[in-house]
Design a protein around this ligand. Structure first.
Ligand code: NAD
Length: 243
């Protein structure tokens, strides 16, 4: 089991879903965790958990990102988990959706990485984990143009950072989940009108015949934090979707 005793870990979008499960898993591995999210109420359920401090943080707001990282000091592990899913093909997505997807799925990662990287380089040690998806350069998924485009950019960003800093003690990897149970997935299924049909369709995409759990993805996030010979990888965890 990966041990992260004494490491300071920051997780974005830790209020629910994969981010929340990851904050708990990092804490269980002994890390001192900063669980952050734009949604204060969602973070409240983590208050009082051992090894976890919570803080409201909107990763779209450059000033808040700078102020937060200045306030907390040295960071050993950054898990950029915040992201948004837009539906639609290239003809259906709006420029506004695409801009928003780039801002939250890609530029927000650039913001947080710029905030932690100088300190990591000074110490010659640091790990960055970026949330991508199998819907990216790994796999074309129908009706997910803005999402797949921006998650492919996350993989490009991850590899660029890994290449630039591989000799300086910095590792950077991406996680590429298939379909995972989460509040936003639940919302998307309900929004489709026939919930049971929507759920069955999501499950049918997964060769294992079930959705992933946030805890399964969190295990990989913890593993990558301690995987000292792994960098520049886009690691699939998708119930066999990309076989
Ligand atoms: P979710 O979508 O249910 O929750 C997202 C969280 O992000 C919420 O707590 C929300 O408040 C927070 N958030 C939204 N905007 C924010 C902002 N500007 N700043 C900070 N926090 C903000 O969680 P999820 O489905 O587990 O998704 C988490 C990540 O995993 C996303 O990047 C998503 O694209 C990726 N992912 C999810 C799945 C899936 O099937 N659930 C699959 C592949 C990848």
């Amino acid at each position: 089991m990966t041990k992260l005793g004494g490491k300071v870990v920051v997780v974005t979008a830790a209020g629910q879903g994969i981010g929340r499960a990851s904050a708990l898993a990092y804490a269980a591995a002994g890390a001192k965790v900063w669980a952050t999210d734009i949604n204060d109420e969602a973070l409240a359920s983590l208050k009082g958990e051992a090894n976890i401090e919570t803080s409201k943080l909107d990763v779209l707001d450059a000033g808040s990102v700078t102020a937060f990282f200045e306030r907390i000091g040295a960071v050993d592990v950054l898990f950029n988990c915040a992201g948004v899913v837009h539906g639609g093909s290239v003809l259906e997505m709006t420029d506004k959706d695409l801009d928003f997807a780039f801002d939250l799925n890609v530029r927000a990662m650039v913001r947080t990485i710029r905030a932690v990287l100088p300190g990591m380089l000074e110490r010659g040690d640091g790990t960055i984990i970026n949330m991508a998806s199998i819907a990216s350069s790994s796999k074309g998924v129908p009706n997910r143009c803005a999402y797949g485009t921006t998650k492919a950019a996350v993989i490009g960003l991850t590899k660029a950072i890994a290449a630039d800093y591989v000799t300086r003690g910095i590792r950077c990897n991406a996680i590429c989940p298939g379909t995972v149970e989460s509040p936003s997935l639940e919302q998307r299924m309900r929004a489709q009108g026939n919930y049971d049909e929507a759920r069955a369709a999501f499950i049918a995409r997964q060769p294992m015949g079930r959705l992933g759990s946030p805890e399964e993805i969190a295990e990989l996030a913890v593993y990558l934090a301690g995987a000292t010979y792994t960098t520049g990888q886009a690691v699939g965890i998708d119930g066999g979707w990309s076989i």
